[in-house]
Design a protein around this ligand. Structure first.
Ligand code: NI
Length: 168
């Protein structure tokens, strides 16, 4: 396993649409292990392959942040099939370190997801998991959570972000 470099806001690779995962391979097992390790190292809830510069429809989620192995999920070519209700809460992203903003997301989300062996299943998530599904699937479509805000607010966030990262 290895910690990979997480690319950050402004890198054009974060804006690409990713390609579907085809046949599973040992390289993909390695990528998944690296994504889990990198996410844990950065204290994230999830990480998508495009964030380490690999434009594949692949992401990992662990809402327990390494506390409970049964919470580890691998998303492969995932698609949202149903959403319900809404939740309002803070959201952050390992590609936009230091920025947390309140964003409305569905309360419940059901996704269709492929397993490494090529079979499909559905997973339902509520609250934090529902938010993570939306956030990671957005990454696969080239979308960052700050893009939900209007241009004025986005500019304020961007200035704050640039200031923070110039100082450090
Ligand atoms: Ni993110």
């Amino acid at each position: 396993m290895a910690i990979r470099t997480v690319i950050t806001w402004g890198d054009p690779r974060l804006k690409l649409n990713s390609a579907d995962v085809g046949d599973w391979s040992p390289e993909l097992d390695q990528l998944v292990a690296d994504l889990f390790e990198t996410s844990l190292e950065e204290e994230g809830v999830g990480l998508a392959a495009p964030q380490v510069g690999v434009n594949l429809n692949l992401a990992v989620i662990d809402t327990s942040c390494g506390e409970d192995p049964s919470q580890k999920l691998i998303l492969i070519n995932p698609e949202i099939v149903h959403t319900e209700g809404s939740q309002i809460g803070p959201e952050g992203c390992l590609s936009i370190p230091g920025i947390h903003e309140v964003l409305e997301r569905p309360k419940k989300v059901r996704i269709k997801n492929r397993r490494p062996d090529g079979t499909w299943h559905e997973i339902s998530g509520e609250d934090l998991l529902a938010r993570a599904f939306c956030h990671e699937i957005d990454h696969l479509r080239g979308r960052l959570f700050v893009e939900y805000f209007g241009p004025v607010k986005r500019q304020v966030i961007q200035r704050r972000y640039q200031k923070q990262h110039k100082a450090s």
